[in-house]
Each structure stands twice: as structure tokens, then as C-alpha cells.
Write a protein that binds this ligand. Structure first.
Ligand code: FES
Length: 220
């Protein structure tokens, strides 16, 4: 019985995403909401604050950031597997809002409710480990990513950019939606092995400030 259920989940998951082209995978378009299930508006976002939501599975964390500057589309040339793709740039009225799967590509460190080692350091909050700000830094072993440029790696040991989440902004309502992933597939299998099979997010994804989600944020 367990096996049949697992097979069914796997089959459903396979049909839940659509590979659009190299580097882009569409998942269910879901509304970003507050914890009370009200729509989370782009204008609700505090600039340069770290926010978290989970997408496309309930145990895949995503960092949501308003970088307070226009983020232009950017081409990513992948090393290793040779895949390249276009990051679409920022969403919202100023094209300043971006989202990245918050799983470090080095050893899969990710935020949890107890502790967070990976976060965005906004202008004025220097990462000692990197020697600068405006970066996403993973304190586990010092990987640094550039959220203003498609999540590209600025400092190893990570070798690949963070996977981006495709955002959609409705200019009439100011609502925001997540609708897919851009870039390398996140290490779903490894996460599911550690935390159990992921449940697909199908309707809405509540957004929280990172400081309200996790007990301890490690800075480096
Ligand atoms: S897990 Fe992030 S740098 Fe190693």
C-alpha cells in the first residue's frame, strides 16, 4: 500500500511541472500571501529585507527580496553541464523583486526554523566573510552569490548559481505569484531523502520575514 501511494505521488509530481526550455520549468502558478492568507502585495515588501516562502514543494525554501534597484535580465553561462539560460530580471513596478531557492549549491545548507546560515546582506550590512554587502552569503563554508545578477557565484566553494524562482506581478492588483523555476533543478531528491517527500504547493504560498521564521540567523 505504501509503495502504491509513493508511486502515485511520484507520478503526480512528474505531471505537475512542465519543462519550457533549457533552464526553465513551469510549476503551478501560486499566489503569494500573508500568513492570514490575504494576498501579499509587492508594495508590502520592505526593501532589502529577507523574506522566505516555500515553493514549489512545501520543504523547498525560497528567499524573496526587494533589492531597491532595477534588476535587468541577465544571461547565465553554466559551467560543467554547459546549460545556459536567461534570468528575466526583477518583478514589480521597479523591477526590483527577485526570488531564489535558498539551498546552497555547495552542501545543501538551507534555512530551517531553528537556524539559518544563508541570507542576504543588504547595503550597509557587510558580510565579513566576503568583505562587502549586497550579496547572499552561506556561512557554512563561505559561498557567496549575487542576487542582483541571476544568483551567480561570487565566491566558491559553490560552483553554480542559485536557482531562481520566476515571479509574476499583477500591476492592477499588486499581487505576486510564483510560477516556476529558472536554472538548475534544485536538489529535490536529496532534500526529500532528509525531510520526506515534498508536497507540491498548489494554491498559495505564505510569505514571512526570515527573522520571524527562524530562531537564529547566523551572520558571517
Ligand atoms: S553549504 Fe553553503 S558554502 Fe558549503
Amino acid at each position: 500500500m505504501k509503495f502504491r501511494r509513493a508511486s502515485l505521488i511520484t507520478a503526480l509530481n512528474l505531471f505537475s511541472s512542465t519543462i519550457v526550455n533549457s533552464g526553465k520549468v513551469e510549476y503551478k502558478r501560486v499566489l503569494l500571501t500573508t500568513e492570514n492568507k490575504d494576498p501579499f502585495r509587492a508594495s508590502d515588501i520592505i526593501k532589502n529585507e529577507n523574506y522566505i516562502f516555500f515553493y514549489p514543494y512545501h520543504n523547498i525554501p525560497v528567499l524573496l527580496l526587494d533589492l531597491n534597484k532595477t534588476i535587468e535580465p541577465s544571461k547565465v553561462e553554466q559551467s560543467g553541464d554547459g546549460m545556459s539560460y536567461i534570468h528575466p530580471g526583477g518583478a514589480g513596478i521597479n523591477k526590483s523583486i527577485v526570488a531564489y531557492v535558498s539551498i546552497c549549491n555547495h552542501a545543501l545548507v538551507r534555512p530551517n526554523s531553528e537556524k539559518t546560515l544563508i541570507k542576504y546582506y543588504p547595503p550597509g550590512e557587510r558580510s565579513v566573510l566576503y568583505g562587502g554587502d549586497s550579496v547572499i552569503c552561506c556561512c557554512a563554508h563561505g559561498s557567496v552569490y549575487n542576487p542582483s545578477d541571476a544568483g551567480k557565484v561570487l565566491q566558491s566553494p559553490a560552483e553554480h548559481p542559485l536557482t531562481a524562482v520566476e515571479l509574476e506581478w499583477d500591476s492592477q492588483s499588486d499581487f505576486m505569484y510564483a510560477r516556476g523555476l529558472i536554472g538548475r533543478e534544485p536538489p529535490f531528491k536529496e532534500v526529500f531523502k532528509e525531510e520526506g517527500e515534498g508536497r507540491l504547493i498548489l494554491e498559495s504560498a505564505p510569505v514571512k520575514r526570515l527573522i520571524d521564521y527562524t530562531k537564529k540567523i547566523v551572520r558571517c
